[in-house]
Design a binder for this molecule. Sequence first.
Ligand SMILES: C[S@@+](CC[C@H](N)C(=O)[O-])C[C@H]1O[C@@H](n2cnc3c(N)ncnc32)[C@H](O)[C@@H]1O
Length: 191
Amino acid sequence: MSEEKHQPEWNETITRWYCDNYSEWPSNEFVVEAADLKPDSCVLDIGCGGGQALRLASAVVTTGRLVGVEPTPLMLQFAKEHKDNVASIEYLSGAAESLPLANASVDIAWAVNTLHHWRDVAGGLAEAARVVRPGGRLILAEDADVTDRSALSDEALRSALERAGFTDFHVVPTQRGDVLCYLYQCRRLLR
Ligand SMILES: C[S@@+](CC[C@H](N)C(=O)[O-])C[C@H]1O[C@@H](n2cnc3c(N)ncnc32)[C@H](O)[C@@H]1O
């Protein structure tokens, strides 16, 4: 993955531009639809941005836990202050490489269009494997126009996920209108 190419600095200008233009985006819906959520699911959104996926998930997850982790303070503030926010969503400061959650504490983790921003992909996947319970799921969603799939091949990602402790890797291309998103899905090993 070309980190240099996809490593914008999340300064105030970029964060406000992103929130104004992309905080409601179909890929968040794709992930929530693919997640097979239950009312008591414990969900982690890694790099939750403005929190759209968690707000969508809150329609189903009523007794479980919804946690968003986000490293950019202004983005976290935007998420917390969103007019459609739900009080039960927990927004925590943190990054993929150092998740502020206990071991095996979530049923499903997802990351929507953030993988290409992680500074340490192997470290982030290891952290995801630490916090997802055995048998739980991870979905990495990446839009076709932000991810260089020749730089991060499916096989390279499968290998990285397997090294981190995930299995059952498969890719589900999902499209609505002009938006094509790849849902990289896998499951935490049972042992
Ligand atoms: C393109 S936005 C996507 C936000 C949200 N997931 C969405 O789909 O609306 C990328 C987000 O990744 C966050 N980010 C950057 N580096 C990160 C890291 N190392 N770990 C987790 N999130 C990160 C940014 O702060 C930003 O909120």
